[in-house]
Design a protein around this ligand. Structure first.
Ligand code: BEZ
Ligand code: FE
Length: 290
């Protein structure tokens, strides 16, 4: 085409794609370019604004390292990560939520009833629940990969003062599908905001805070793996999570209980002398039939 105009350029782009290309790539690239072109036409994007967009992408690339994933963070704060998650979440299972960049694979085993709090300060939080299938039956031997922030708001991967697997644990549930562990209540924290994504948040008048949460990846043979989070219902950032990760069924009440109510059979049984927090959170996994 030698007569490209602002009105036909989208169709021209589509006509340049080869007839024998992968059909899904055709659909995705066609739709992406359609929306990009519509966006530029609708907003009458100026050269200067286009340059700012390119500078944003270059800024993300410039600080990208093994530990800093600015493009993923951009997707998170724009809501794209959560939207993709929700598009593929099953209604009959526990909602999924964002993975985030701070999970460290290969955590050491944590026995059912084990403790992740160790020497860290703050009230004990006892979290427990059952991993079930969509019929309500426990799933024996399901595995939960658990991680969270330390009381200073940092994940182990961000904090030189923590061990590699601090506040990480890999728990295999028993025949009853039940998990339980003690920890400290996670705290609210900010996503990294000293880079180009922070500048976007700032330009939009947004803050970088996430409500406090526990992260779980729950897996079991024959079931869809679930990446999810558990939030306390009294967190001030529940209704404005900067990465859009909160779902109604992931918000739980954290009860305060007297030390005398701490159950037997856990690693900290007999050692808890102050009131503790308790959260019960059952997880439903969908069958892996898709
Ligand atoms: C997190 O929850 O760990 C997280 C999620 C998205 C972006 C940054 C952090
Ligand atoms: Fe997190």
């Amino acid at each position: 085409m030698r007569n490209v105009t602002k009105d036909n350029i989208t169709d021209v782009f589509k006509s340049y794609m080869s007839a024998d290309m992968d059909p899904r790539t055709r659909e995705i690239m066609g739709s992406l370019v359609q929306h990009l072109h519509d966006f530029a036409r609708e907003t009458k994007l100026t050269h200067d604004e286009w340059r700012q967009g390119i500078a944003f992408l270059e800024g993300c690339a410039a600080i990208e390292t093994e530990d800093r994933h600015e493009f993923v963070l951009a997707s998170d704060v724009l809501g794209l990560s959560s939207l993709v998650d929700m598009l593929h979440s099953r209604d009959d299972a526990t909602s999924s939520s964002v993975l985030g960049p701070f999970h460290v694979s290969g955590a050491p085993p944590l026995a059912v009833g084990g403790d992740m709090k160790r020497h860290f300060g703050g009230p004990v939080l006892l979290a427990e629940g059952v991993i079930r299938d969509t019929e309500g039956n426990p799933i024996p031997n399901a595995v939960i990969d658990i991680w969270q922030t330390a009381p200073n708001g940092l994940y182990a991967s961000q904090d030189e003062d923590q061990d590699t697997f601090s506040f990480h644990g890999l728990m295999t549930v028993g025949a009853d599908g039940r998990y339980a562990f003690t920890t400290v209540k996670p705290v609210e924290y900010t996503v990294p905001s000293d880079g180009p994504v922070g500048a976007i948040l700032n330009a939009c008048g947004r803050h970088p805070w996430r409500p406090s949460h526990l992260h779980y990846i729950v897996t079991a043979p024959g079931y869809r793996s679930l990446v999810t989070e558990v939030f306390p219902d009294d967190d001030q950032y529940l209704d404005q999570d900067t990465v859009f990760g909160v779902r109604e069924d992931l918000v739980m009440s954290y009860e305060t209980k007297p030390a005398s109510a701490f159950p037997a059979g856990l690693e900290l049984s007999g050692k808890v002398v102050d009131p503790f927090l308790y959260v019960s959170f059952d997880v439903t996994l969908a069958p892996d039939d898709t």
